[in-house]
Design a protein around this ligand. Structure first.
Ligand SMILES: [Zn+2]
Length: 547
């Protein structure tokens, strides 16, 4: 039992913006009140927020493991020391499971979603997630590159699709479906160095276009009433002029819900093969016009990163772009591919500086922080460890000016950052883009707020002028009411829950799926799906109203 007094509470879902409120905790939940003898924390001079929620990150699964494996040098430089309470690990841009959980939690984040696991990799990913301490977690499973789904769509079986998707979600114990540049991996495998450049193009080996795949999967997620809609990585990521593809993909939602991942990487004007320009304003306008759509930014931060994506051709394209020649291309039978490439964003390089600026433009132009939330697409645009710095860039105009001054001048001149874009995020807006907004977009009713009944995931920061310092090291972090960080010290270890959905479907579809497995997979149908017992501590999140 716990009573937190004298702190300023930032709880946007409940409309509390910096008011002095008491927060009471019992049995891992927020409650109205607790008995007098409950432990009391005096939070004078502190800001109290719900635990952070990361809607898009890469923390577990086969591609994350490959990212770790090819960078042993990173691990040697950044050892995560064990304490009497917590375990050891390694850091770098792709931290080990233990370091991932502890480092997120040490920053005040208590829920993190792994954004791209092919169903075949789900067993591996869940094993890693079970080993990731403190935080609650879940995974999105890649369906937009799945040959079974392509085949069904090609055969005109759109009505059966939702049953296959529901079966896949159950088999992978996933939280929602993910699309990654639909069609791209098949075209890539089918003809060397080819890619989908237009979503009306035919996917190699099929009479089908990415447009049909995207539309059908947005529909399937809505029909199943998933708490979080289809999570889409649009085609043409990173290419000049990709704004056309992004807007066209958004139009396919036709008023239904859809989430657009790391939208910064999809906000480029200019012509293919030439330097990109910023199309941030067009993205903001499109989000504003379509209330069913949401996005996370995918901010680029200067410094080391690791590109890791189910968009295999992307890693191939980037393989010569840095001194570090390591890269991986891997195939996931019938379900897509992946690419991994150690990378570094540099402030003097035009494209990198422009990407950094476009992310900031998106944040600063955003009209609805509930639908445009914070991410760096960890570790793609930068690591989650750079969030405090990003928050300072948003909250501190003078600091931002200094950083703009160091970046490539030509790139800065082509953005709105030099045109008096002087917005400063408030603590309440930061609370929206880092917890309340993502929790709401994920349909997690017990997260992202501090009302009675919410999970007691609470972060308490010392209010400081230096917002980077403030958000890097909260004074208290509670997970399910357990004090993980207590007065800046580790006091407990903790195991969080895996969040997943279990939508109903017509069991008759399994005969079709099994036939496909017999013909094309090396894995037996019977050995493929996970049972709930294969997960660690877990929570099935109910599907909402069928849209
Ligand atoms: Zn991603």
């Amino acid at each position: 039992m716990l009573r937190i007094v004298n702190g300023r509470v930032y709880d946007p879902i409940n409309g509390i913006d910096g008011a002095l409120r008491e927060i009471c905790v019992q049995g891992g939940k927020i409650v109205e009140t607790v008995p007098r003898e409950a432990r009391r924390i005096d939070a004078q001079g502190m800001a109290i927020m719900p635990g952070g929620v990361d809607i898009h990150s890469h923390i577990a699964g086969p591609k994350v493991s490959l990212g770790r494996k090819i960078q042993p040098d990173d691990h040697r430089c950044d050892v995560h020391i064990r304490t009497p309470i917590t375990r050891s690990g390694t850091g770098g841009t792709v931290p080990s499971t233990f370091a991932t959980g502890y480092r997120y939690a040490t920053m005040g984040y208590t829920t993190v979603m792994e954004a791209a696991v092919p169903p075949l990799g789900a067993r591996h990913a869940h094993d890693e997630l079970a080993d990731t301490p403190v935080i609650d977690k879940g995974l999105y499973t890649v369906c937009g590159s799945n040959l079974l789904i392509y085949k069904m769509l090609q055969d005109g079986r759109e009505k059966d699709l939702r049953h296959v998707v529901a079966w896949l979600l159950n088999a992978a114990k996933a939280y929602t479906i993910k699309l990654v540049s639909p069609g791209n991996d098949e075209v890539w495998k089918g003809a060397r160095n080819s890619q989908i450049t237009d979503i009306g193009q035919t996917i190699t080996g099929f009479e089908l276009t990415p447009r049909q795949v995207i539309k059908a999967l947005i529909g399937a997620a809505c029909d199943l009433g998933l708490p979080h809609p289809a999570h889409i990585h649009c085609n043409n990521l990173g290419h000049s002029g990709n704004i056309a593809t992004t807007l066209e993909t958004m139009r396919l939602a036709e008023g239904r819900r859809a989430h657009f991942a790391h939208i910064q990487f999809h906000s480029y004007g200019g012509q293919a093969g030439h330097n990109p320009t910023s199309a941030a304003a067009q993205i903001i306008e499109a989000l504003d016009r379509n209330p069913g759509l949401s996005a996370d930014v995918g901010q680029v931060m200067f410094g080391k990163s690791t590109i890791m994506t189910a968009d295999a051709p992307m890693a191939y394209m980037l393989r010569h772009y840095s001194k570090d020649k390591r890269w991986v291309n891997a195939d996931t039978e019938c379900e897509g591919g992946c690419g991994i490439k150690p990378f570094a964003y540099q402030d003097h390089v035009y494209t990198h500086a422009l990407q950094w600026a476009i992310g900031l433009e998106l944040f600063l132009l955003s009209k609805d922080p509930w639908r445009l939330v914070l991410s760096t697409d960890h570790p793609n645009g930068g690591t989650f460890g750079s969030y405090p710095r990003l928050i300072r860039l948003l909250m501190d105009r003078e600091f931002r000016k200094q950083e703009i001054g160091k970046a490539n001048r030509k790139a800065m001149k082509r953005t709105l950052l030099l045109d008096g874009l002087d917005r400063e995020y408030t603590l309440q807006e930061i609370a929206i883009v880092t917890r309340a907004g993502p929790a709401r977009l994920l349909g997690l009713k017990n997260k992202g707020h501090l009302g009675a009944g919410a999970d007691a995931d609470i972060t308490i920061y010392d209010v400081q002028d230096d917002k980077e310092a403030m958000f890097a090291a909260p004074r208290y972090v509670f997970k399910d009411g357990v004090a993980f960080i207590d007065n800046h010290e580790f006091r407990n270890d903790h195991v969080g829950r895996t969040l997943y959905v279990a939508p109903d479907y017509d069991r008759a579809i399994e005969a079709d799926v099994k036939r496909f497995f017999d013909d094309f997979y090396t894995v037996q149908f019977e050995n493929y799906g996970l049972g709930a017992d294969d997960l660690g501590p877990r929570e099935a999140v109910p599907a909402g109203q069928v849209a």
